[in-house]
Design a protein around this ligand. Structure first.
Ligand code: SAM
Length: 130
């Protein structure tokens, strides 16, 4: 995981304290599904426990990394179609996951800059990285 915006406070890694927001204990010794998914995608928001468990999943299911990347590729194709051909300029991305590039708003606003995107996720670790 990149160190940008994170820090340690004795017991472990915590997210930064923005105004009115409680820090999130990232609990980096325990593999986290969203950070494992980030690892499959080649992201940097993951720790050794995430990577080790992700590699075990890949060993058991060799298509795991490809499936994650094809999932993202589908998102890009679908958003390009919806913005460019259907004319949709508002999106609600539920279960957005850890930010990755290109993310939905980057694809959509690359075609129609006025496109608005709301990202939603119920995982505090994911929300802390948005
Ligand atoms: C595999 S990630 C998918 C990331 C991204 N949407 C993609 O397709 O690449 C699934 C995400 O859904 C979130 N999630 C699961 N159940 C949810 C719920 N009931 N409400 C909101 N988010 C949820 C998880 O926290 C996780 O970040």
């Amino acid at each position: 995981m990149s160190d940008a915006g994170t820090g340690t406070t004795g017991a472990g890694w915590f997210t930064p304290v923005a105004a009115g927001v409680q820090p999130v204990d990232l609990n980096i010794e325990v593999p986290h599904p969203a950070r494992m998914y980030d690892y499959y995608l080649g992201g940097k928001e993951n720790f050794p426990a995430d990577r080790e468990t992700a590699e075990q999943a890949i060993a058991a299911f060799p298509n795991t990394r490809n499936a994650a990347r094809q999932n993202r590729a589908f998102l890009v194709r679908a958003v390009r179609h919806l913005v460019g051909e259907v004319g949709i300029h508002q999106f609600l991305d539920i279960g957005t996951g850890i930010p990755t590039s290109p993310n939905l708003h980057e694809v959509a606003q690359g075609i129609a800059p006025d496109t608005r995107v709301v990202y939603a996720d119920n995982d505090p670790t994911v929300l802390a990285l948005h």
